[in-house]
Design a protein around this ligand. Sequence first.
Ligand code: TYD
Length: 208
Amino acid sequence: MKGRFIAFEGCEGAGKSTQMRLLSEYLTARGVPHILTREPGGGHISESIRNIILDGKNREMTDECEALLYAAARVQHLSDTVKPALERGETVLCDRYIFSSFAYQGYGRGLSLGFLKAINAYAIENFMPDVTLFLDIPSSNAFDRKHGADPQDRMEQAGEAFHKRVYEGYRALLRDYSEQIAAIDCSGTKYETSAKIVQCLVSRGFIG
Ligand code: TYD
């Protein structure tokens, strides 16, 4: 049996890791085999790529190089982590996927969506999640939650206007990919948000 592929998206500090952990507890309690993983990262090659991308010292990295590195980390992560788990029948909870590239490198950096779709077509070959959950909280609120940007993290240091464009980008993607992305309102407590996520997945028949 093939497992379900569920991606989480949102701005920095939207609470993705907390919500993934709460969903993991829910699945464990019901005996649903699953893994938690993240982009860029997962296996050791993608984690090495991640360190290059996020390293605050790599200030001269071009936007195109950044986009290609994310796509490279993605294809490796799919091959060594995501696809094997799905084949074992496990559900995969993945922190970020292709819509992060569209939101951050497209709307945030200003690269064309055509370029991003083309390089990611090589990386994923149409391999899309069963559903993408967008944790909807504006970037400014999200940074407040995590008490500001990390000075060592190149992406978090990109500035307020950048992160605002990323959030607006996600809103646009939500309209363009309404069949694939479900917005989760995060204005309540973490437990209320978690209940909304479970309800969304149950209503789509992805979990019991
Ligand atoms: P991470 O520390 O995992 O951030 P978060 O906890 O908010 O998910 O770092 C991932 C960073 O990489 C984050 O700033 C978003 C960015 N990113 C992109 O810009 N493009 C991408 O395709 C992906 C997967 C991530």
